[in-house]
Design a protein around this ligand. Structure first.
Ligand code: NAD
Ligand code: TYD
Length: 350
């Protein structure tokens, strides 16, 4: 029996991690802590509401008093920490929100773990979920390994890099059992449509312009979100204390090639003539400080823990498109209200 606190479980990746842990480990008690920001959505976990080993707690990780009280009353065995501000464009507009949640929020959790776990560090585990963006940008060649020096460029990646450093510092200084994983770009169901793939699906569906930053030459390594959740499961259970693992899909795509593939899939799914959706592609002003290329070397995870990605990208993208077309109500709910104002502001005059 283990009681595990998962933070950010109402978000995109968090909801897949919560679902996997609740369904695969009925002997575990899963507590999902989430502040339900614009990115958090309990509809992502509607299928788990009746599960006896699942509970939701609405809480903000920037509130140290609440976090300490929770650790005092709950006696968690482990934390899997995903709660974060996660969108690079929002970090360019409002960096402080990223410092608050990603840095201060993470330190609040570490402090609570340090205080309430201190008599038994070896039996506890603090798993910090991070990003490959902490390593900075690659040129045309090369890949990020676990020993690549940190070189973040955006306020988002700087805040995640800072939180990674704090997690390692609590291991080295206080002996806390920590593990960190740094993953590439995820895609799949329940992805908030501020990020490239769900935004493009939503816009193509609604015959709206598909904004491609700069010339669309930037490269990302895409991984199916359920493969990420499986990697987190494997690392959580098998990694040695203090270890770091890179997680990636060996699946690099230039943004413009990815969008053309998506347009072809959408033409087929929506019964449009070939080439119709691609007419929506619109090149817009580039993102400030836009990282050229990310690519992950996940050899360590594959060799040591036997994890490999399960889905080919075309198959995963097709499944993802199907999910969005089948879940129109979810998409309409998250794109009404505040989203409209966000979108107008983010893309105006670009
Ligand atoms: P998301 O934005 O979809 O979800 C974040 C969740 O955290 C939301 O449910 C939100 O309500 C919650 N949250 C935000 N601030 C909070 C606070 N102060 N207190 C409590 N909860 C709060 O993000 P995601 O894409 O699911 O990313 C999850 C984690 O994985 C993040 O740590 C992110 O840095 C990391 N990551 C994401 C990707 C990716 O491609 N999306 C890739 C690698 C790593
Ligand atoms: P995004 O999904 O925001 O993830 P990240 O910035 O963390 O990699 O963006 C993926 C790529 O797509 C990135 O190179 C920026 C680009 N992009 C666009 O071209 N247009 C858009 O509207 C968005 C949101 C992103």
């Amino acid at each position: 029996m283990k009681k595990i606190l998962i933070t950010g479980g109402a978000g995109f990746i968090g909801s897949h991690v919560v679902r996997r842990m609740v369904n695969n480990y009925p002997q575990y008690e899963i507590v999902n802590l989430d502040a339900l920001t614009y990115a958090g959505n309990l509809a992502n976990l509607a299928d788990l509401e009746d599960k006896s080993n699942y509970r939701f707690v609405k809480m903000d990780i920037t509130n140290a008093v609440d976090i300490n009280q929770l650790f005092k009353t709950e006696d968690f065995d482990a934390v899997i920490h995903l709660a974060a501000e996660s969108h690079v464009d929002r970090s360019i507009t409002n960096p402080l929100a990223f410092v608050m949640t990603n840095v201060i929020g993470t330190v609040n959790l570490l402090n609570a773990a340090r205080e309430y776990w201190k008599d038994n560090y070896v039996a506890k585990r603090f798993y910090h979920v991070s990003t490959d963006e902490v390593y900075g940008a690659l040129g045309e060649t090369g890949m990020f390994t676990e020993s690549t020096a940190y070189d973040p460029h955006s306020p988002y990646s700087a805040s995640k890099a800072s939180s990674d450093h704090f997690v390692r510092a609590y291991h080295d200084t206080y002996g806390l059992d920590v593990v960190i994983s740094n993953c590439s770009n995820n895609y799949g169901s329940h992805h908030f449509p501020e990020k490239l793939i769900p935004l493009a699906i939503n816009n193509i569906k609604n015959n709206r312009a598909v904004p491609v930053y700069g010339k669309g030459e930037n490269v990302r390594d895409w991984l199916w979100v359920e493969d990420h959740a499986r990697a987190i499961d494997v690392i959580f259970h098998q990694a040695k204390s203090g270890e770091t693992y890179n997680i990636g899909g060996h699946n690099e795509w230039k943004n413009i090639d990815l969008i053309h593939l998506l347009c072809r899939i959408m033409d087929r799914k929506l019964g449009r003539e070939a080439g119709e959706s691609a007419k929506l592609i619109t090149f817009v002003t580039d993102r400030a400080g836009h990282d050229l290329r990310y690519a992950i070397d996940s050899t360590k995870l594959q060799k040591e823990l036997g994890w490999v990605p399960s889905l080919q990208f075309e198959e995963g993208l097709e499944k993802t498109v199907d999910w969005y077309l089948d879940n129109e109500e979810w998409l309409n709910n998250v794109t009404s209200g505040h989203y409209q104002a966000y979108y107008a502001n983010q893309y105006k005059g670009r």
